[in-house]
Design a binder for this molecule. Sequence first.
Ligand SMILES: *[C@@H]1O[C@H](CO)[C@@H](O)[C@H](O)[C@H]1NC(C)=O
Ligand SMILES: *[C@@H]1O[C@H](CO)[C@@H](O)[C@H](O)[C@H]1NC(C)=O
Ligand SMILES: *[C@@H]1O[C@H](CO)[C@@H](O)[C@H](O)[C@H]1NC(C)=O
Ligand SMILES: *[C@@H]1O[C@H](CO)[C@@H](O)[C@H](O)[C@H]1NC(C)=O
Ligand SMILES: *[C@@H]1O[C@H](CO)[C@@H](O)[C@H](O)[C@H]1NC(C)=O
Ligand SMILES: *[C@@H]1O[C@H](CO)[C@@H](O)[C@H](O)[C@H]1NC(C)=O
Length: 830
Amino acid sequence: MKTHLLGYLLALFSVSIMGYSSRRPATDLDATPRTTITYNDLLDVKRFSSNVVNYSALLLEDEKGILYVGARGAIFSLNSSNIAAGTQRTIYWEATPGKQTECLTKGKNNKTECFNHIKLLQRFNETHLYACGTYAFSPLCTYIDDRSFSLPSFFEEGKEKCPYDPSKGYTGLIVDGGLYTATRYEFRSLPDIRRNLYQRSLKTEESPLHWLNDAEFVTSVLVRESVNSIVGDDDKIYYFFTERAGEDSSSFLDKTQVARVARICKSDLGGKKILQRKWTSFLKARLVCSIPYYEVLKSAYALDTGSWDTTTFYGAFILQWRNMEASAICQYSISDVQKAFEGPYMEYQASSRKWSRYNGEVPEPRPGSCITHELRKNGFNSSLDLPNNVLDFLKLHTLMYEEVKPVGEQPLLMKKNVIYTTISVDRVMALDEKQYDVLFIGTGDGWIHKAVVIKSVVHIIEELEVFKNAQPVESLVISKREKSLYVGAQSGVLQLPLSSCNRYISCYDCILARDPYCGWDGETCREIVTEEDRSQMTQDLQSGNRGCLDITAEAPPLQKNRTVLKGDDVLLQCDLNSNLARAEWVVNGTEPLPESEARHRVGVDGLLITDTLPEHNGDYSCYAEENGLQSLVAMYTLNVLLELPKERVDLEPTVIAPPPPDSQTSPDMEFVYISVITILGGLCFVLVTVLLYVSCLQKRKGKYTMGGSRATNVELQTVSANFKEKPEGGLNSGPDGCLQIIPGEAPPSSPNKDAPPLPPPPPPLPSEFTNGITTLPNMLRKMNGNSYMLLGQNEESVSPLYNSFTEELSKFLEKRKRTQLVEQLDESSV
Ligand SMILES: *[C@@H]1O[C@H](CO)[C@@H](O)[C@H](O)[C@H]1NC(C)=O
Ligand SMILES: *[C@@H]1O[C@H](CO)[C@@H](O)[C@H](O)[C@H]1NC(C)=O
Ligand SMILES: *[C@@H]1O[C@H](CO)[C@@H](O)[C@H](O)[C@H]1NC(C)=O
Ligand SMILES: *[C@@H]1O[C@H](CO)[C@@H](O)[C@H](O)[C@H]1NC(C)=O
Ligand SMILES: *[C@@H]1O[C@H](CO)[C@@H](O)[C@H](O)[C@H]1NC(C)=O
Ligand SMILES: *[C@@H]1O[C@H](CO)[C@@H](O)[C@H](O)[C@H]1NC(C)=O
């Protein structure tokens, strides 16, 4: 039954995707980040971590220059201009051993649950912060004096303000002295939106028609709608969450989830007799991103645009069936949200057990509305004055009929094989004097996607691997003042610059990136805000290919020579630092690659010519083509020899010939020497073996990096924008004897699986006798839903460790061809 249903779902899903592809270009189904910045490229990023884990509650006080961080058992105060400065102040606040034991006896997990996870960290007044922690399943809250920054001796009961279970969806805000929290507080209790620390504490109604149905809260935001309001409106707090759908009778699963937006009015005091100490302004509506697929909301962000009526919400959604990973980003306008709350209500028909549109009469004043001038004029000074019929109606009609649809009625971005966990948005003025929204999106495996919204389409500028060990990005906070993005996760906090324009090394690179923070000043790519005179700067966000006029200004790449024996394979490497670029090869100056040539294979990493013939001699140039622009990336002169020149061959025996024994030494001495040499040799061999093995282990740790490490010159050059050409005939850093293949993508055998002991390397060839293929693929990247191989190599290094390398490479390429085929299938079948 289950598999049957799943098949049905999959079929439906593929139909919808195909439906989309007729309207949008196929690439939009799965946007590709233009560049990939791996962990090793980010080693200089500022990081903070201490001897605790779960750095998930971030509170930025930009004017004070402080970033407060709530972690497990600790609260930190960091200097926001440099969180790694080492000037942090720390409050250790862990649950007492007694509490932890008590927690364990409740059957809780001693590794994660029986600690004090700080869930709330908010400014309370000028001098104090308010913090709540789960305190080993027995929540506590406290006021923290930000000057002394020490653990106070007075604590408040936290059970109405903080969840017991640290993994429950939770959101909390302090607004004008009121603490607004939403979560499932106790172990068995229903989810609830509450207000505490205020003249009147309130909660949601536990009516038979639950106002909240298994809700998992994501975010809450305050929108100051009272500011300059002609109608005397109230400030509102919007809640974003996912809950079980009651109304969706067409659903084929009981547990269909829907995303919601709910709102309450800040001045709500509850009803007098009915809805006493309950919200009288709670209304909720469905938040649609792409029905019926992206229904689980993971994160939402309210972009403050300076005026509340232009507030824009962004939501990150995932699929509700967990065996498929895909995410979508949708954008909503506050006016669309308001329209839904002002529209018709839904009603539950007990007879048919269905929700449907309520078409009857609606009492006055309109149920769920805030107190406005109009209501006050009619004698309703507060919610306490609302008539019973209005409150009775509201009790049963909190769900709105209209759905909140995304701007443009479709997702801005869809991405396969990724779980978006967090989103934060910055609005940036670009050189064209237009405002662009830059999205920073955290993934479930420790990456950040930086994207820009251009004309209702999202262009992913880059993906950054910010954590070495895959872990969900839990919070993202933007500081305009520090031009920084703070990232909170299990292992620590880090501070990334909002832009790193100097990563773009050419004008083309700078323009094609379409980064609103960056412009080309004629010589370098730099942050436009730091530039006083912007008239000389170039940027093209709209089309991303105009403005680089002086093509000759770019230094041409070095011409490299490749000499191979007839019948050998040769790889002419061409590193495209952009994942959106395509390599375009030109032979002998003008001709494109002959199409009929079966021995040519163009891959993401270069041109492979197998079984070379003298006809293959010539000049080869590789152009990167992207968005209509072409730039020269590499040039080679290929020389295919019919046979190895004689003198080279003669050299070989001398390399490995043992030195003649010294006839002067006595037999005794000879024996001693030989023993010592043997022992030393043996030691060396063991050491080398161990070293190689250890270095392999090290290298295998990275998820994407295959055998690339900082120590060797094969490091991640294939994807790094900072790729610097190694001088011709550079030093040989030694063979990179590591190969690791991700399961399922592996060729039948790898030459170095059983690393120690290594086979003795054959004598090195002179440096020009290389075919450019000296190491095995050192990169493997996930893209477009498929892993594919990206080959890297030592530019001029010698030492062909693998005798059967060409076979190995062919296998890889065959494999890759297959994965590319699968990729195409993938477009339509998932
Ligand atoms: C805290 O971090 C640990 C690993 O460091 C993780 O297993 C756990 O799920 C995290 N807990 C929460 C509530 O995030
Ligand atoms: C943060 O560090 C900067 C530079 O070191 C310093 O000028 C500033 O005063 C520090 N801020 C705080 C709040 O300590
Ligand atoms: C947690 O419990 C397990 C099994 O009950 C035990 O082996 C482990 O030592 C405990 N860990 C801690 C930190 O108490
Ligand atoms: C802030 O609140 C704390 C805790 O209630 C109180 O002790 C302190 O006096 C307050 N500070 C100000 C400036 O009101
Ligand atoms: C509402 O407030 C006005 C002025 O403050 C007062 O005159 C009026 O009686 C109040 N109405 C109710 C129903 O309390
Ligand atoms: C390039 O030109 C040379 C001579 O001009 C010719 O021998 C060679 O075959 C050409 N290479 C290719 C690949 O066409």
